[in-house]
Design a protein around this ligand. Structure first.
Ligand code: MG
Length: 313
């Protein structure tokens, strides 16, 4: 029987994963407006920035200023990405609600992304998780490249499960799996999540998909059927990864929300307002973004417009 959730939480990652990979560096005030617009659309959890080296990721150099400028809203959780203890300490000073840490399933990619082998990042996560708990900060962890590595190729499910066992020592509030380079396919998502949920029953699971090979939305559907608690997405489908060759954007919040709305899965987010934000974001970036809903329009509402226009579609 399907475990499919009737409610899923969308984690908006556009301000972090999205903007960190776009060539433009948006002004801090524009980033804050982006986040505020997402809140106004009904988003309640967001990755707002990352505390990484400003020389490596100059797009995120203003993390502290962004967080200082964010509106305080009831029921909203701001997440900051950290990759080591130093990043955590920067995050802690800002008063952020939640930190997210990433450990990469392959050593080669972990080394390129974080400068250390995976085992070192796992140790850092456990240390950070303890410090976060002591400071009253929520902490989640994401296993990156869980569906394939750009350097090492296939990642066996057994390898991911081994990492699951290790990171659970940090008692994360949520356990994430990222397809950082967009290679996953739905059957793989079903298999991996089935194995994970059997290994750590009751732990809220989050998935992070990229649409690099156009399988992102299909993977999101597979994750929903498996019973995930949260799905990452970025408004407009912006993003990628600065350290992964040819990575493209996250699954678009616009397109994901359309699928969820028409499937009767509750998110509390307004698709009209997400599309308006997506259009606003295109103006800020000065170019078109990958999301399809802003181009195609919402069905069935679009039918009314077509009727009023009187022409052939
Ligand atoms: Mg990503």
């Amino acid at each position: 029987m399907s475990q499919q959730a009737q409610h899923v939480s969308i984690i908006e990652v556009g301000p972090r994963d999205g903007l960190q990979s776009e060539p433009e560096v948006l002004p801090t005030a524009v980033k804050i407006e982006f986040i505020t617009r997402a809140l106004d659309a009904g988003i309640r959890r967001l990755e707002v920035s990352s505390f990484v080296h400003p020389k490596r990721v100059p797009q995120m150099a203003d993390a502290e200023d962004v967080i200082r400028g964010l509106p305080a809203r009831e029921g909203v959780t701001y997440i900051g990405l950290v990759l080591n203890r130093k990043g955590f300490e920067r995050a802690q000073v800002t008063g952020i609600h939640e930190i997210g840490m990433a450990v990469v399933a392959s050593d080669t990619y972990n080394q390129r992304n974080q400068g250390v082998p995976t085992s070192e990042s796992v140790k850092a996560w456990i240390d950070i998780a303890r410090a976060a708990k002591a400071a009253g900060i929520r902490a989640n962890v994401m296993i990156s490249s869980a569906f394939g590595c750009p350097y090492e190729g296939e990642i066996p499910v057994a390898r991911v499960l081994e990492l699951v066992d290790q990171v659970m020592e940090g008692d994360p509030i949520e356990l994430g799996f990222a397809d950082s380079i967009g290679v996953a396919v739905p059957n793989q998502v079903t298999d991996l999540l089935g194995a994970v949920m059997a290994r750590v029953p009751g732990v809220p699971i989050r998935c992070h998909f990229h649409n690099t090979r156009n399988t992102g939305i299909a993977n999101a559907q597979a994750a929903l059927v498996a019973g995930v608690a949260s799905l990452d997405a970025s408004i407009g489908g912006i993003g990628g990864c600065p350290f992964a060759p040819a990575a493209t954007g996250n699954i678009p919040t616009d397109d994901l929300l359309y699928m969820l709305d028409r499937s009767g899965i509750h998110t509390g987010v307004s698709l009209e307002k997400i599309i308006a934000t997506s259009q606003w974001l295109q103006e800020q970036l000065g170019r078109s973004t990958p999301a399809m809903l802003p181009k195609a329009g919402i069905f069935p509402q679009i039918a009314e417009k077509n009727r009023a226009a009187g022409g052939a579609v």
